[in-house]
Design a protein around this ligand. Structure first.
Ligand code: ADP
Ligand code: MG
Length: 700
């Protein structure tokens, strides 16, 4: 392997002096031949197309023309001095212009010989001209490394002034000449055959110097596959190693509590998806390796009962469990909902939040340490050092995206071995992204809603339709239903949003006057006690309308509320809109979501609104969201490396990602330590990858 040659500093490359080398280092981080070869083009210019002079249009794109110079002259004075050639083909005439190097150019140009010229056009006084054209005699044009598709390399403002794209192409050609045999293959033959992937050497050549559009496509696919394959191999391997290394508490038996609950107290038949997920969890918990599982399920898909039954497995095996929620409201709701079941089974649940009284807290701490509490439910107050369990075996985290990694790590220290962890999220992450993001987590998905739910009807209304919307609200309230009205809350302009909310509240109170109508209001600036008071009034049906900011986004459960009105809906992101909509549709009645917007909508807003009105499927919505925003805004992507991908795109290269992941799985299954001779190259590449962190630093 001639890896050493690829590590040669660029300074030594033909065409790169010390100055250029310095620029390449500073501007593009290119230190070695290898770094240079890994500078992939942004785009390609089609050099297969030839224009006739008569066809030319005033465009800024580059054009390529075949013709002859019939006349040359130098005109102008001093700084305005320039060389002008009259260039013609069989359809017309144009000018070629040089502002520098006239003398040398004038001497080297041949009159009346066919040239291929290439460059950008200017149009002035009815005449097309091309400044500093790229030219070649037609007879020479077909020799050398053919440039059917001419690469355009990434550059910076500073760099492009000193080194033109054309120079980079030259330098790249030199680098290629000098390191031609240094590209070693990184993918086994079998896989290359199966997916029809070209060799690495061929791919590298064609990504820089595509011999045809078809070969360029093949080069791209091959390099994308390679990139995604090694990303997945790393993630999956990490997961396997974690399972081997990190012992967890095994919940070997399914015991009395679980069975009693399942047979005698389960309030409804579980959906098939819930059953499947519980099986997946049980298998994990029995294995003796620490469980680290992500449970995804759309709002209302019934994650809570799965969480509770998982707790029962812990208790059946002599362990305690805890459930951590992101807000106090949600913790209380979980506690109230699950306490009933606990009472029926004879197990003890306790609640711990920031507002738990000091005296109560002391007793709770003691009970917890003695093992009298079976399930502790609460907010992040749970992770405080003072909270000590007798034997914590399971930690469930609801709405994972609101907790940081460091916070989760604290939970691990609550027992000798880390507890089994189940992370639940209602933010649907498209499966392909989840696979890449959480490759080191196992994933369960509840992809089915409990039966009998009527899909929420979602409509878009403009502000001017407000009277009609109000009439509809009155009808629903007359039927005994309740209504949410939500105003946006954006960090930067809290004052303004607060005003929007206040104005909204006042006009609602005017249009829906007491005593016939009662209106609650909840926003982030209220004291927790006042907030709870207002929430309670609404939950108990004492008020019919709840005016709120997005504080109600997470988890609030009032089954009788059947209408969600979102004001200035254009200001919300897709996943937030979907979460808000999930607050209704929880009862047996038909529910509605009304998206209110002004008339002027950006294209993205239109797409968001249109997506919301056309589907209730959280995963479909997440896919659109991903396409609109890119993966950068989705929680977790920053750490995962999916954004550092060089050639593959996590959104558009879905199919390749799937294949690459499948293959990574397969190879680790048949050869877990990559010891087979045919996997030697994979092992080598993998260990370089782990060592250098960045796949592209070693691979060529
Ligand atoms: P989420 O996944 O959003 O946390 P929940 O666990 O709060 O959903 O469940 C939403 C509602 O659906 C609750 O009222 C719950 O009792 C009910 N539910 C859950 N599973 C089922 C089921 N299999 N059949 C009927 N109702 C169910
Ligand atoms: Mg929930």
């Amino acid at each position: 392997m001639k890896v050493d040659r690829l590590q040669t500093p660029v300074d030594y490359l033909k065409g790169v002096g010390p100055n250029r080398a310095d620029l390449l280092r500073k501007e593009l981080g290119i230190h070695t031949y290898q770094d240079l070869l890994n500078l992939f083009p942004n785009r390609y210019i089609d050099r297969t197309k030839y224009y006739k002079i008569r066809e030319l249009q005033q465009t800024s794109a580059e054009v390529q023309i075949v013709g002859k110079i019939i006349h040359l002259k130098t005109i102008g004075q001093k700084r305005g001095k320039r060389l002008v050639a009259t260039f013609m083909d069989d359809t017309g005439k144009m000018e070629l212009v040089w502002f520098r190097g006239h003398k040398w150019i004038a001497e080297s140009l041949k009159i009346n010989e066919p040239y291929v010229i290439f460059g950008k056009l200017n149009f002035f006084n009815g005449v097309f001209s091309m400044p500093h054209p790229d030219m070649e005699l037609l007879k020479d044009h077909k020799s050398g490394i053919q440039q059917v598709l001419q690469p355009v390399y990434p550059s910076t403002e500073k760099l492009s002034k000193k080194i033109s794209n054309k120079s980079i192409i030259k330098i790249m050609q030199n680098a290629f000449m000098e390191s031609k045999n240094s590209f070693y293959e990184t993918l086994p033959d079998s896989i290359r055959k199966q997916y029809k992937l070209i060799s690495r050497a061929e791919a590298m050549f064609n990504i820089h110097f595509p011999q045809s559009t078809a070969l360029l496509k093949k080069a791209e696919s091959r390099l994308k596959f390679e990139e995604l394959f090694y990303l997945q191999l790393q993630l999956i391997r990490k997961n396997i190693l974690r399972k081997q290394k990190i012992k967890g508490y095994a919940f070997e038996k399914v015991g009395g509590f679980f069975n009693d609950f399942y047979k005698n107290h389960l309030p409804f038949e579980l959906t098939n998806a819930q059953k499947r997920v519980i099986k997946e969890i049980r298998k994990d918990l029995g294995s003796g390796a620490q469980m680290n599982r992500l449970l995804q399920g759309d709002v209302g898909s019934g994650k809570t009962i799965v969480a509770f039954m998982t707790c029962l497995l812990a208790i059946d095996n002599g362990f305690q469990a805890c459930i951590m929620a992101p807000t106090e409201i949600l913790a209380i709701q979980h506690y109230n909902g699950l306490k009933e079941y606990g009472d029926a089974l004879g197990i003890k649940l306790s609640l711990l939040t920031g507002s738990t009284k000091k005296s109560d807290r002391k007793i709770l701490h003691e009970n917890l340490r003695e093992g009298e509490i079976n399930i502790l439910i609460g907010t992040h107050a749970l992770i405080e050092d003072k909270v000590v369990f007798k034997n914590l075996g399971l930690a469930i985290i609801d709405e994972q995206h609101r907790f940081g990694v460091a916070q989760r790590a604290k939970l691990w220290k609550k027992n000798n071995l880390p507890p089994n962890v189940l992370v639940m999220t209602a933010t649907p992450i498209p499966r392909t992204l989840a696979m890449s993001l959480y490759g080191d987590l196992d994933i369960s998905v509840i992809d089915e809603l409990p039966p009998g739910r009527k899909p929420i009807k979602t409509v878009h209304r403009y502000d001017k339709n407000r009277l009609k919307v109000q009439a509809f609200m009155r009808e629903e309230i007359a039927k005994g239903r309740q209504i949410y009205i939500v105003y946006p809350l954006i960090e930067e302009s809290q004052m303004m949003d607060y005003k929007d909310l206040q104005d909204g509240y006042e006009s609602i109170s005017r249009d829906f006057p007491k005593p016939e109508y009662q209106v609650s209001v909840v926003h982030g600036k209220m004291k927790p006690a006042d907030k709870d008071f207002e929430m309670d009034r609404f939950a108990q049906g004492k008020t019919q309308i709840m005016v709120a900011t997005t504080v109600i986004e997470v988890g609030v459960n009032v089954p009788n509320a059947s209408v969600m009105i979102i004001e200035s809906a254009e200001r919300f992101g897709l996943s937030q809109l979907h979460q808000l909509r999930g607050r209704v549709g929880r009862g047996a009645e038909q529910s509605y979501c009304i998206l209110m917007t002004s008339h002027k909508l950006s294209k993205d807003s239109q797409t968001r609104i249109q997506t919301m009105t056309s589907t209730n499927d959280g995963f479909k919505i997440a896919e659109v969201d991903l396409k609109l925003r890119g993966p950068g805004d989705i929680m977790g992507t920053q750490q995962s490396g999916v954004l550092n991908l060089k050639i593959a795109d996590i959104v558009t290269d879905n199919a390749i990602l799937k294949a690459a992941r499948q293959y990574a799985h397969h190879i680790l299954k048949i050869d877990p330590n990559l010891q087979k001779p045919e996997h030697h190259m994979v092992n080598h590449t993998y260990s370089m990858l782990v060592k250098h962190k960045n796949i592209w630093n070693y691979i060529s």
